[in-house]
Write a protein of this length. Structure first.
Length: 336
C-alpha cells in the first residue's frame, strides 16, 4: 500500500463543503488512507480554519504560494469559484504538480484553451471534475457501450425544475454534453434548437450530436419542466442499456437504476448506489485522480480533454448547428 498522497486545497466554499471535503475526509480516514490533508487556503481565514476543524486539514492559509512553499505537497486541489478558476490554475500549473480542478475549466473557451496549453507545456497530470463520468451507473453504461459496439444511438435527458438562470447552459448543461462525449467519443457536428421561455433569457435546448464514430445522440435539456431527472439510454443491434442517475440529480419519486436489455428481455436490472458521494461520482473522481498521480497516466478528463466539452457547451449555448471545427462564438458571446 502506497503512503497517502499529500495534498493541499485551494478554496473552502460551500460546494466543497458539501461534496469534495467530505470525500477527501473519507479518503483520509481508515486503516489504509489514500490522502493526507495537509492544508487548506482561502481568502477568508475563518472559513479555512473551519475546514481544518470540520474535515481534518492540518493547517490553514490565506496565501496559496506560501502554503505550497511551506507544505511541499504532492498534488494541488484548486476548487475555487468558476470566475477565479483560470487565474488560480494558471498560477499553480508552472509548479509542475498534479492539479485537480472543478468544471468548467475556466469560464470561456479562451481560458480553457490557455489552461490546456499550459498543462501540456508543463507536462502535468490534471483532472477536471466532470463528476458524472465517475458515477457508477455511467461507468457501467460506458463499459456496455464498448462491449456492444457499434452503438447506434444515445438518448439523454436533463430535466430540471425552476432552473431558468442565464448561465445554466454552461454551468450545468455542460454535464450531459460531457457525458455524451464520454459515452460516444469525439463529436464531429452538432444541431441545436434553443426554445425560449416567454420571459427571457431562459431557454430549453434540444441537441443532436454527430460523433466521428457514426453514433448519433439526442439530448433534451429542459430547465423548468416540474421534474428532476437525468437519464441516458444507449442502443445497439438487438440490445440497449439505460441509466437514471440518483444522488440528487433525479426527484425522490424517480427510481434511479441501470437496466440492460437484449432481444426484448431484461438482461440485468440494478438499483443505483444509494451513497451520495459514490452515486454522484465524487468518490470515484477523487480516486481516479489519485490513481493517475500514482501511475503517471493522464486521466480521461484532463484539461486538454475538458476544453472540448466547454467548446461544445458554448456552441450549444449559442444555438449553433454545423461542424464543430467551423464554430466561432459571436462577438456578444460571454463565453468566447
Amino acid at each position: 500500500m502506497s503512503d497517502p498522497l499529500r495534498i493541499v486545497l485551494i478554496g473552502a466554499g460551500g460546494f466543497n463543503r458539501h461534496n469534495h471535503a467530505p470525500t477527501m475526509q473519507l479518503l483520509a480516514q481508515g486503516p489504509e488512507p489514500e490522502l493526507r490533508l495537509e492544508a487548506v487556503c482561502d481568502l477568508d481565514e475563518g472559513r479555512a480554519r473551519a475546514f481544518c476543524d470540520d474535515f481534518g486539514f492540518r493547517r490553514a492559509y490565506t496565501d496559496l504560494d506560501r502554503m505550497i512553499d511551506e507544505v511541499e505537497p504532492e498534488a494541488i486541489y484548486s476548487l475555487v469559484q468558476p470566475g477565479a478558476t483560470a487565474e488560480v490554475v494558471a498560477r499553480v500549473i508552472p509548479r509542475g504538480l498534479p492539479v485537480f480542478t472543478e468544471k468548467p475549466p475556466g469560464v470561456s473557451i479562451a481560458q480553457a484553451r490557455r489552461l490546456a496549453k499550459l498543462a501540456q507545456e508543463h507536462g502535468i497530470i490534471s483532472y477536471v471534475a466532470f463528476n458524472r463520468r465517475r458515477a457508477p451507473g455511467l461507468e457501467r453504461l460506458k463499459g456496455w457501450c464498448l462491449q456492444n459496439a457499434p452503438v447506434r444511438h444515445i438518448a439523454a435527458q436533463m430535466l430540471r425544475n425552476r432552473r431558468r438562470e442565464t448561465e445554466f447552459g454552461i454551468g450545468t448543461a455542460i454535464h450531459p454534453l460531457d457525458c455524451l462525449r464520454f459515452l460516444g467519443g469525439e463529436v464531429d457536428g452538432v444541431e441545436t434548437l434553443a426554445v425560449p421561455y416567454p420571459e427571457p433569457p431562459a431557454r430549453d435546448f434540444l441537441v443532436r450530436l454527430h460523433f466521428c464514430s457514426g453514433t448519433i445522440a439526442d439530448l433534451a435539456v429542459l430547465v423548468d419542466c416540474g421534474l428532476l431527472r437525468e437519464h441516458y439510454l444507449a442502443t445497439a443491434e438487438c440490445a440497449a442499456m439505460e441509466a437514471t442517475l440518483g444522488a440528487g440529480y433525479s426527484s425522490d419519486f424517480v427510481s434511479p437504476r441501470e437496466t440492460a436489455y437484449a432481444d426484448n428481455a431484461v438482461a440485468s436490472d440494478t438499483p443505483a448506489e444509494e451513497d451520495r458521494l459514490l452515486a454522484g461520482g465524487f468518490l470515484g473522481e477523487h480516486r481516479a485522480f489519485i490513481a493517475a498521480v500514482r501511475s503517471g497516466q493522464m486521466p480521461d478528463c484532463c484539461l486538454q480533454d475538458a476544453q472540448h466539452s466547454l467548446e461544445l457547451a458554448v456552441a450549444v449555448f449559442e444555438g449553433y448547428s454545423g461542424a464543430l471545427v467551423d464554430f466561432c462564438p459571436s462577438a456578444a458571446c460571454p463565453y468566447a
